[in-house]
Design a protein around this ligand. Sequence first.
Ligand SMILES: Cc1cc2nc3c(=O)[nH]c(=O)nc-3n(C[C@H](O)[C@H](O)[C@H](O)COP(=O)(O)OP(=O)(O)OC[C@H]3O[C@@H](n4cnc5c(N)ncnc54)[C@H](O)[C@@H]3O)c2cc1C
Length: 435
Amino acid sequence: MQKNIIIIGAGVAGVNAATKLVDNQFDGKITIIDMGKNPYERKYSEVMEGFLGAGGWSDGKLTYHTSIGGQLAKYCGEEKAMELMDQVIENFKRFHPKPEAVQCSNPIEEPNFIKPYFGLRLFPVWHVGTDYLHEIGKNWYNFLIENGVEFLWETKVEDIDFNTNTLRAKMLDGGEETIMLYDELIFGVGKSGIDFGKQLAEKYKLPTEPKSVQIGVRFEAPQEHFQKLIDVSYDFKLYRKFEDKGVSLRSFCTNNNAAYVAVEETYGDHSYNGHAKKDEAYRNNMTNFGILMEINGIDKPFDWSRNIVQSINKEGTGLYYSPTRKPSTTSEGVDVSAIQINEDELKQVREEFSGYFKYIDDFIEDMKKIFPTLKDDWGIYIPEVKYLSPEPLVNYNNLSLTKYEQVHFVGDALSARGITVSGAQGIYVAEELIS
Ligand SMILES: Cc1cc2nc3c(=O)[nH]c(=O)nc-3n(C[C@H](O)[C@H](O)[C@H](O)COP(=O)(O)OP(=O)(O)OC[C@H]3O[C@@H](n4cnc5c(N)ncnc54)[C@H](O)[C@@H]3O)c2cc1C
């Protein structure tokens, strides 16, 4: 009998899973349901939803190390993890209109000038760029359609019955509800579906693994101040060498050349991220990156981070602080949504962070020491947050729920935090389904 596989989420994980099935002549039915739009109709403002999900409008930095981008090696071991990530990178090149334009940055040594204050994570990164991702999305989508994959766009899955292997989906323009039956379900809803995952975890009392808090700010400054380090590593990841009371700090997702700050909307609140364009027409000679704290030992880390984000949002958006600068514009020339605050108002923010903001202050002070021209020529968008969804316990061989073996969690909905690892988890599940 032919198997009926339903994938919820046409994000990086779901699309890579479907591609692996197609490449291996899977002879069952593959349906992908997504609440966003196909790559031809998706708008710039739709950052998190649609073909390739958050990855489709991201900066397209494909990191290549098992300690970056969430959990992968814990399920399948180091060697297999690297092989799966290779497959993801190959997929992005395969549908790229100009694969030779994908650049790889591969720093091999920490530069001496950062050493007194920071360490630098050394690993290769392939940089695709947001504008090429749109073209990749279209080519990739055409390939899947031509190979029989069915897509239901602007359709939201509202409930899943793990006991009867059915799900309830609804067209977002007020259309009818559909009940669909699956043999295997791949749950790849990403960050935009984090609430849905949480709701299912509570409804089915799914056992979960403990998580840390990941919160901070998006830092932005003219690129010239950082050029010395960018020449060594495009997506530099600085980290504080000494951990303090369960808190570690790192820079996260660096964007250069044509670098823009992006607003992320989760649970109706604003937080920040960044992306970079490849096209020279967008060059603004800015650099932005997250300064993220990983805080361990917080009771209910998810609720704790969410409370901070809620209490910081003002007039429906996040905050911007700078000793000298104004917020930037987006690549479409619109002001990045943020309320500018002064030094006194920043003190209130420090209080909302329950004392943890001092680690971010220290990080910035130390950057001023190793990048001497930086001085007060910088700004921060507050907050940047990585909501780590409660990670359900899965069988490590196929990422299926320990209680419901037909349901496979993948990508940011499980334990990933980036494109390569999300895609790799999708492929891992697909390989297991084929075998
Ligand atoms: C601005 C920005 C820049 C980023 N830059 C990078 C980067 O350079 N490098 C990197 O590695 N990572 C980056 N990331 C993170 C990366 O995009 C994600 O980690 C990755 O896309 C996760 O893949 P996923 O398949 O798990 O989820 P996603 O790619 O987010 O896809 C989830 C899909 O599920 C759909 N969905 C959700 N709920 C439902 C539902 N109930 N019913 C139907 N459909 C649903 C959504 O519409 C979405 O299309 C960035 C993220 C953002 C927002």
